[in-house]
Design a protein around this ligand. Structure first.
Ligand SMILES: Cc1cc2nc3c(=O)[nH]c(=O)nc-3n(C[C@H](O)[C@H](O)[C@H](O)COP(=O)(O)OP(=O)(O)OC[C@H]3O[C@@H](n4cnc5c(N)ncnc54)[C@H](O)[C@@H]3O)c2cc1C
Ligand code: FES
Length: 308
């Protein structure tokens, strides 16, 4: 959280809390910390349709992308006017590079309503204001230890950057990836190319283990010896994350879960994203855009988590 990186920024960018309309800075030297974010008028580099409901949108935003920690998100203004008025939150899926140079980031977008539909239809060279990187990232498993990621559907998004970071430190992560059908499994080859051990489950049995992803995960946990350490991460629908957390808890394990609460601002101002956490023997409400989106399942009051 305290690492500081000097970066050369290119393109339109404004730094710190957003200002109306943003700023237009060219080639400025930035000093990033995990607590700093940029508001970038990012150009669409590619829009790859995966299925009718899913696409990967690549955005040019070197200054923003260079500061991303695994599990962080961006707030994207999906239309220039007022419909919708509020930005929408998205996990950073990939940090994009040309050679060694960071050029931007991508999101894995699932059509849910007006904002995500706009991003599904985005054209190359169109621009979107993107605020980020935001939020509390995943903690990194110790080098060369066991690190298992559990993804449901579009909950795959925060794990590509995490997998990349874990591989850099010599860890071989496992990905337990669940979806309703094989058609809703995306970019498995990306994870395999990173050296991740991928285990798939589909509810209709069209690929991998038939049923929910909790079954192969439970079997794998049961295969561990009592003292074996493993860091567990989960992201997906809340019911799936709660099921993973409950199953892991019953086996004495905690999970880092990345919540997808409804967010109005992403920066702590509106309190639309609060969840209950148990700390020091009592439940308190915290903003998931600042304290999260990543939480320890052991401290979460699941009755306060939105049903997405
Ligand atoms: C930290 C974070 C990271 C996220 N990462 C991704 C991602 O990588 N890819 C992705 O596709 N989506 C992601 N989401 C969910 C995404 O932000 C919502 O789907 C989006 O805001 C819906 O906007 P909309 O205008 O399309 O839908 P609206 O028209 O506002 O609403 C349509 C439907 O979507 C539901 N919805 C609203 N907010 C959410 C939400 N937070 N989660 C789920 N459903 C919601 C509404 O209840 C409604 O039923 C993330 C959310 C958070 C908080
Ligand atoms: S989204 Fe506004 S306070 Fe968290």
């Amino acid at each position: 959280m305290t690492s500081v990186v000097d970066r050369q920024a290119h393109g339109e960018a404004a730094f710190g809390p957003p200002t109306p309309g943003g700023g237009a800075l060219r080639s400025v030297t930035l000093r990033y910390t995990a607590h700093m974010f940029a508001d970038v008028h990012a150009r669409v580099l590619r829009n790859e349709r995966l299925t009718a409901g899913y696409n990967v949108l690549a955005l040019e935003a070197p200054a923003l992308a260079a500061g991303v920690e695994p599990g962080q998100f961006v707030m994207i203004r999906t239309a220039p006017g007022t419909d919708p008025l509020l930005r929408r939150p998205f996990s950073v899926f990939e940090v994009l590079r040309e050679g060694t140079e960071v050029i931007g980031f991508s999101i894995l977008n699932k059509r849910a309503g007006v904002g995500t539909s706009r991003l599904a239809e985005a054209s190359v060279n169109e621009r979107f204001w993107c605020l980020g990187p935001l939020g509390h990232p995943f903690s990194l498993a110790a080098a060369r230890s066991e690190a298992w990621m559990v993804a449901g559907g579009v909950g795959l998004a925060p794990f590509a950057t995490l997998a990349e970071r874990l591989r850099e430190q010599g860890t071989v992560p496992r990905l337990f990836y669940g979806a309703r059908t094989a058609d809703e499994l995306f970019r498995v080859e990306l994870f395999e190319s990173l050296g991740v051990l991928v285990e798939i489950a589909t509810e209709d049995g069209s690929r991998g283990t038939p049923g929910r992803v909790t079954a192969p995960l439970a079997a794998a946990i049961d295969g561990l010896a009592e003292g074996d350490a493993v860091t567990l991460y989960a992201c997906g629908p809340s019911a799936m994350m709660q099921a993973v957390a409950t199953m892991a808890r019953s086996r004495g394990r905690d999970v880092e879960v990345s919540l997808e609460q409804v967010m109005g601002c992403g920066t702590g101002g509106c309190y639309s994203c609060v969840v209950g956490v148990r700390r020091d023997g009592r439940t308190r409400y915290v903003r998931s855009c600042l304290d999260g989106p990543v939480f320890s399942s052991a401290e979460l009051d699941w009755s306060t988590v939105g049903a997405h």
